[in-house]
Structures are given as structure tokens and as C-alpha cells.
Design a protein around this ligand. Structure first.
Ligand code: NAI
Length: 250
């Protein structure tokens, strides 16, 4: 991975990345660790979390937590307090998608998607914000999606959850300024387990054809935007939903 440093402002920052055991969250954890930050990963996939910690010693802490459970999130942040002494940057990124027709979505599917993608972001963001308000500074970044900015068939629950995340961030940015900056990153198509699970090779090819830059993003390309927004290079940006989509929404 070739990349330069944004600035020394990420040095020794205490970072929590949810869903950090794979995909965009893992790439972001590795990028921030490379920038000098101290990284704790939250994830509910025990096996994947263990593998990630074994393979990447630069990620300092891994905490097994289901972000859709508010008690587990509270406990996880207490553990963060104990091991890192607090949190300066939260990347609330854990999310799932289930491809399904609107007409076939069951209440169980709806609640599952909302529980992780929207409730989980609320729980983690509130716990982080409480600490950041006391210490007088902080950055909260969330993974939404271009699907939270425009309609997209077969993902009605997912799209609604991501639109919720985008407006949650704008509202938080207004209430928490000037102490805490809050933004969302809205990726288009990123080649991760999530995409590969839901799109056949033929569908992926078709998707690429419709993207102006003619390809999916890599997780590292999304991680770079997080590093920029978390650093002092992004110090005047708050309340924004930032598409990183190869021109899809242009
Ligand atoms: P991924 O499936 O590779 O990573 C998601 C991670 O979140 C996994 O490690 C998983 O174990 C963890 N996770 C899932 N449920 C959890 C829970 N309840 N508690 C704690 N951790 C949990 O997927 P990817 O693509 O890296 O997705 C990350 C975020 O990016 C998600 O919010 C997704 O909606 C968003 N996104 C992804 C896009 C893509 O094309 N891959 C496009 C736009 C947004």
C-alpha cells in the first residue's frame, strides 16, 4: 500500500473503528495505525476479529461487541476507557445489507438492518460524544452510502438506514459544534465481502460499466478519505455527507 501521511495530527490519536475486522473498517484501521494513531477495533465476528488481530499487530485492541446492543456498546466503551484512556476519533462503520425486494422485506429483516446500520451508529456515536464533550474535542465519522443519498432498488431498508445516518450526522454536527466534528462518508461500490456476497461476477461487470471511473473503489481508497477527514487537514469540514463514488452521482 503506497500512501503518504496527511499530517502529524493523527499521531497518538485514540481511535475506535466499528466493523474494523474486515473490508472498509479494516483498511481504515490499518491506515490510521500507519498514520500513528492507536486503534481499537469493535466487531461481532469473533473468528474474523481474532484473525485480524493475529495478522495485524499494528491494530492494538480488538473488542468483541454487537453494535446493535446498547449495553454491549456501553461496556465496550468502558473497556476503551480502561485500555486507551478515552477516544479522540470514532469511525462508526459496521453495517450489513440484505438484497431483497421491498415487498418481501419481513419485519425481522427490517429490524436487523436498522438495528445494526442505524441504532448501532447512534449507540456508538453517543458513547463517544459523551467522552469527547468532557475532554473538549473529538471527531466522529460514519459510513453511510450513496444509497443513503438516492434511491436504489432491492435495498429499501438499507437505503432508509443510510439516509438516517446521513441526517443523524448533520444534526449531531450542529448540536456538538464547535467541540466535535461529525461527517459521513458515502461510498459507492467498494470491492469487499459485502459486494462479492451479493453480486455475481457478471453483475459486478455491469456495475463497473455504469460507474464513470469504470471500476469499484478499493477499501484503501475509502480509508484515505477517513484519514483526511479525521486529521487536521479536514478541520473545517463538519455536517457533510461526502460521496466517494467514482462519479456515480455526478
Ligand atoms: P464487510 O462485510 O467487509 O465489513 C463489515 C464489518 O462489520 C464486518 O467485519 C462485520 O463482522 C462487522 N459487523 C457486522 N455487523 C456487526 C455488528 N452488529 N456489530 C459489530 N460489527 C458488525 O463490509 P464493508 O463493505 O466493509 O462495509 C462497511 C460499511 O461500508 C458498512 O456500513 C456498509 O454498509 C458500508 N458501505 C459499503 C459499500 C460497499 O460497496 N462495500 C458501499 C457503501 C457503503
Amino acid at each position: 500500500m503506497g500512501f503518504g501521511r496527511y499530517s502529524d495530527s493523527l499521531q497518538n490519536r485514540r481511535v475506535v473503528v466499528t466493523g474494523g475486522a474486515s473490508g472498509i473498517g479494516l483498511a481504515t484501521s490499518l491506515r490510521l495505525a500507519a498514520e500513528g494513531s492507536i486503534v481499537a477495533v469493535f466487531d461481532n465476528n469473533e473468528e474474523q476479529l481474532k484473525k485480524t488481530l493475529e495478522e495485524h499487530s499494528e491494530i492494538k485492541y480488538g473488542i468483541l461487541v454487537d453494535v446493535s446492543n446498547s449495553d454491549e456498546v456501553k461496556d465496550a466503551f468502558k473497556e476503551v476507557d480502561e485500555v486507551m484512556g478515552g477516544v479522540d476519533i470514532l469511525i462508526s462503520n459496521a453495517g450489513i445489507s440484505i438484497r431483497n425486494k421491498f415487498i418481501d422485506i419481513t419485519p425481522e429483516q427490517w429490524k436487523k438492518v436498522m438495528g445494526i446500520n442505524l441504532d448501532g451508529i447512534f449507540y456508538t456515536a453517543q458513547e463517544a460524544a459523551k467522552r469527547m464533550l468532557i475532554q473538549g474535542s473529538g471527531v466522529i465519522l460514519m459510513t453511510a452510502s450513496t444509497n443513503g443519498l438516492t434511491g436504489h432498488p432491492y435495498y429499501a431498508d438499507y437505503n432508509a438506514s443510510k439516509a438516517g445516518v446521513n441526517l443523524l450526522a448533520k444534526t449531531m454536527a450542529l448540536e456538538l459544534a464547535p467541540t466535535i466534528r461529525v461527517n459521513t462518508v458515502c461510498p459507492g461500490y467498494v470491492l469487499t465481502a459485502m459486494q462479492i456476497a451479493e453480486y455475481s461476477p457478471e453483475m459486478l461487470e455491469q456495475v463497473n460499466e455504469n460507474i464513470p471511473l469504470k471500476r469499484h473503489a478499493t477499501p484503501e481508497e475509502i480509508a484515505g478519505v477517513y484519514a483526511f477527514l479525521a486529521s487536521d487537514e479536514g478541520v473545517y469540514i463538519t455536517g457533510q455527507n461526502i460521496p466517494v463514488d467514482g462519479g456515480e452521482l455526478a
